[in-house]
Design a protein around this ligand. Structure first.
Ligand code: SAH
Length: 216
């Protein structure tokens, strides 16, 4: 079987196995179509290209990782995207999650704190034609004031608490997916919802292990 097709089937199986956590047994078909389309091998290091479609996290250098495809799919699904949405990602890393988001929504803004990774992600996203992704180098805990408010925010590094600026920059009715917890341990993938009246609620979805969101 085509390795990318097989990866998609493994994600579908893992979603079914974890349905008690996720509260559903299948993800948004638009998210799964993006997982079937984006060439993950373009985002991993040449040394690990043969592993690109394994449902596992991979190293992208600088002590950072490209998340497990199942986690990328779950986080993209969690924030309930619509085609006309403007989305902020914090932690561009390889650019893979940004490409997945860009397949589903109109515009993606992504921030990466490690300049070399930002440069690499910008190069691959441009080469693959993702004109609807804007990438900035800096501390994503501060959000991206110029483009507020965001319909959805996806944070791909773990924080002890939700950065207040990100809550401020989320549209009323918007959703954020963020791993909350300690360094590499006891983290919960958390869904943060901002109601129309501005009230914020949080719900833990899944235990996860992300690299930490660092201070700029
Ligand atoms: N979304 C990425 C995976 C990211 S790993 C992908 O699809 O490949 C987490 C990333 O967050 C790392 O690249 C790390 O450098 C970055 N990061 C950590 N703290 C950050 C911060 N404060 N602002 C922006 N990026 C940050």
């Amino acid at each position: 079987m085509d390795p990318q097709r097989q990866m998609v089937e493994e994600i579908e199986a893992e979603v079914r196995e974890t349905r008690a956590w996720l509260g559903k047994s299948a993800l948004d078909p638009r998210v799964m179509a993006a997982m079937a389309k984006v060439p993950r091998h373009e985002f991993v290091s040449p040394r690990e290209e043969h592993l690109a479609y394994v449902n596992a996290p991979l190293s992208i250098g600088h002590g950072q990782t490209i998340s497990q495809p199942y986690i990328v799919a779950v986080m993209t699904d969690m924030v309930a995207l619509e085609g006309d949405h403007m989305v902020l990602e914090v932690g561009a890393g390889s650019g893979y999650q940004a490409a997945i988001l860009a397949e589903v929504v109109k515009q993606v803004y992504t921030i990466e704190i490690v300049p070399a990774l930002a440069e690499q992600a910008r190069e691959v996203l441009t080469r693959l034609g993702y004109a609807n992704v804007a990438l900035s180098t800096g501390d994503g805990r501060l959000g991206w004031e110029e483009h507020v408010p965001f319909d959805a925010i996806v944070v791909t590094a773990a924080a002890r608490k939700v950065p207040p600026a990100l809550i401020d920059q989320l549209k009323p009715g918007g959703r954020m997916a963020i791993p909350i917890g300690g360094r590499f341990m006891n983290q919960d993938l958390t869904l943060v919802e901002k109601a129309m009246d501005g009230k914020v609620s949080k719900r833990s979805i899944l235990p996860v292990a992300f690299v930490p969101l660092v201070k700029g």
